[in-house]
Design a binder for this molecule. Structure first.
Ligand code: ATP
Length: 330
């Protein structure tokens, strides 16, 4: 049996391949594929009443064109701060934040507006933030096109209809948000977010207020947009179902990229396809990395650790081996 014959997990690999192909076509060639979103040593410090909060402390992250990436992390780890910066709502204190050739540290007001209107789209957790209640779904999708200009009325109407169909809510076109379920509203929000054909879509907890089945439908709409339109998508989520279905999940801890899980489809000799997850720690340019909390706890690592350089790996041992053994035995 070959890879094309009924693999166990065909969807992810096939969709990702299609997304990469579409994104490459949009970008005008493979060599422009690298680094659609680049954060390097990204810092955001908030100052309130003389107190400084370092929300991002040198975050590094590169996302390629056409990727669909999930960002996870505990509350307060800096996810919303990162998304606000990447969506052009907030300005970083230092470092590099670049999206599709827009340097987000140095944007004029005019360029910021064009960035927000044309380059990126957003889906927020609160459905009320995504859709205007007094417009129908169709009108909601047409509105951003009208504001951006450039498309005639008929073209706007046709595109809105196509996008609603693409995310599976064509039947909701003439209804107002109040007449839609939470999942339908979020799928309409996805159509609104891509109305002006953005290169990147940011979604902040898009399934956060939905039950599992409805959340899966909304995530399915994001996957379709990624695969069919080649839009790069970054989803901040606490939803395990979402995080486990993307090819790459980036975990943020204390304002830094702590680790990444990459999933690849492995094809066995008997033709079975298996989804394999591998966890990586992220090493920054100065050689810093964070050990996963489970590793630290398992060996009671504290204060300082011993490092040994081996020909093909680095060993990390408890600094005080005897104490660690005592605690492990206790
Ligand atoms: N406007 C602000 N002023 C002061 N501190 C802020 C501001 N925004 C965020 N912070 C602080 O920055 C840190 C990161 O917050 P952020 O909202 O980015 O975390 P998060 O990972 O999105 O959390 P959650 O999952 O709860 O939304 C927190 O300590 C937070 O209190």
């Amino acid at each position: 049996m070959t890879a094309t014959q009924t693999p166990v997990v065909p969807d992810l690999a096939a969709l990702q391949q299609r997304a990469a192909q579409r994104a490459a076509e949009r970008a005008g060639g493979q060599d422009r594929l690298r680094g659609h979103i680049v954060c390097d040593g990204l810092v955001r410090i908030f100052k309130t009443e003389g107190v400084e909060v370092v929300a991002l402390q040198g975050l590094d992250m590169v996302i390629d064109r056409g990727e669909l990436v999930a960002i996870v992390g505990a509350s307060g780890s800096g996810k919303s701060t990162l998304l606000n910066i990447l969506s052009g709502l907030d300005t970083p204190t230092a470092g590099i934040a670049r999206v599709a050739d827009y340097d987000l540290l140095n944007l004029s007001a005019k360029r910021r507006l064009s960035y927000r209107r044309k380059k990126v789209g957003f889906v927020w957790q609160q459905t009320g933030r995504n859709l205007l209640p007094y417009l129908t779904a169709q009108e909601n999708v047409e509105l951003p096109m009208e504001l951006a200009g450039g498309r005639r009325r008929r073209a706007r109407r046709e595109r809105a209809r196509e996008l609603l169909d693409l995310v599976g809510v064509g039947y909701c076109a003439d209804r107002r948000p109040g007449q839609l379920s939470g999942g339908e509203q979020q799928r309409c929000a996805v159509a609104v977010a891509v109305a002006n054909d953005p290169e990147v879509l940011f979604a902040d907890e898009p399934t956060g207020e939905l039950d599992e089945a409805t959340g899966a439908e909304v995530f399915g709409a994001l996957q379709t947009i990624n695969a069919e339109l080649g839009v790069t998508i970054v989803v901040v989520t606490h939803d395990h179902a979402v995080a486990s279905q993307v090819r790459r999940t980036v975990a943020i801890r204390d304002g830094r990229t702590a680790s990444e899980v990459r999933r690849t489809a492995r094809i066995h000799e008997d033709g079975r396809t298996e989804l394999v997850s591998e966890e990586y720690a992220v090493l920054d340019r100065t050689g810093r990395m964070q050990l996963p909390p489970a590793f630290v706890e398992a060996l009671s690592l504290r204060d300082r650790v011993r490092l040994n350089l081996e020909p093909d790996h680095v060993e990390v041992r408890p600094g005080d081996q005897r104490r660690a053994e005592r605690e492990a035995g206790a």
